[in-house]
Write a protein that binds this ligand. Structure first.
Ligand code: ADP
Ligand code: MG
Length: 281
């Protein structure tokens, strides 16, 4: 809502003020529509620029699918948002806070509200599933071992893993179970936002579909916002509210699947309407 709308007349009663301020959380100034806003991001390595002047908004509660050719910078963008890869320009706001001006304390509070599943699964191989899930709890919370065990049990249940998976090591699990365990760890702190980098890659179609419906369920029941890098057309069709396409170092297009089907950019056209897409139908 335009700022001027909030300034119309000084005689507003309380209700009216509530209404015009509905887009913002008064305590933080957070925009209720976007949990993540990226503006003018440029990232490079040496003489190579991977992302240039990139803008992106992720809306509260949506499942956003992020696609793009291999090596276009999908993982780099995610890592940049997370603060793991340095940027050369631009701003990143999460939950209404500009990450570059956040104090270390604010930054930790923000990190506590997001969960991450990296492309390579990234479970610690020397820790059991339960210990892996408890890593973020140890990092951010002071809880008794008993409470942490109870929470880990709940997270296993949430992602559909049997309780006997708790004491197994990652090497003892199937690919699908590793993905679920990684998701359980990403959900350890009850985040508002999860970043998933190709969560269904390496899974068979049935495993991938089961993982997709798990994500869709979590998103609708927990109100979770999902940022999901994927190349899985089935995921894009079945669970994503919107799709963003990375190309030419920026977000080439963002919108619904229908929007993508009507887009005439050659890459987008071949991706969504090419042979592979048609085979799927
Ligand atoms: N740490 C790094 N140092 C140098 N180049 C990198 C680094 N990380 C990624 N790149 C390069 O950035 C480009 C984008 O990589 P990436 O984001 O992993 O692609 P994808 O879209 O497949 O996830 C690639 O050309 C990759 O080689
Ligand atoms: Mg990648």
């Amino acid at each position: 809502m335009a700022l001027s709308d909030t300034q119309t007349g000084s005689g507003n009663n309380g209700n009216e003020t509530d209404k015009v301020e509905a887009g913002r959380d008064p305590s933080t100034g957070e925009n209720a529509d976007n949990v993540l806003s990226v503006r003018g991001i440029t990232v490079g390595f040496g003489s190579k620029t991977v992302l240039q002047d990139l803008d992106l908004d992720v809306r509260r509660g949506e499942v956003l699918g992020f696609v793009g050719g291999s090596g276009t910078g999908k993982s780099v963008l995610m890592r940049t948002i997370l603060g793991l890869t340095p940027k050369r320009a631009g701003t990143i706001s999460v939950f209404g806070h500009d990450l570059s001006t956040a104090t270390p304390k604010e930054r930790r509070a923000i990190e506590r509200r997001w969960g991450v599943l990296f492309q390579q699964g990234a479970l610690f191989s020397s820790l059991t599933v339960k210990q892996n899930i408890q890593v973020p709890m140890r990092e951010h919370l002071k809880l008794s071992p008993q409470l942490m065990d109870e929470l880990a049990t709940l997270k296993l249940e949430l992602v559909g893993l049997p309780q006997d998976a708790a004491d197994k090591f990652p090497s003892e699990l199937s690919g699908g179970m590793v993905k679920r365990a990684s998701l359980a760890r990403a959900l350890a702190l009850d985040p508002d936002l999860v970043f998933l980098d190709e969560p269904t890659s390496g899974l068979d179609p049935i495993g991938a579909a089961a993982f997709d419906s798990l994500i869709a369920n979590l998103s609708s029941t927990l109100g979770l916002t999902v940022y999901m890098v994927t190349h899985d057309l089935d995921s894009l069709h079945s669970i994503c509210n919107r799709i963003a396409v990375l190309g030419k170092k920026r977000v080439l297009a963002i919108g619904t699947l229908d929007d993508m089907m009507q887009n005439d950019d050659p890459w987008i056209k071949s991706y969504f309407r090419g042979e592979r897409a048609l085979r799927r139908a």
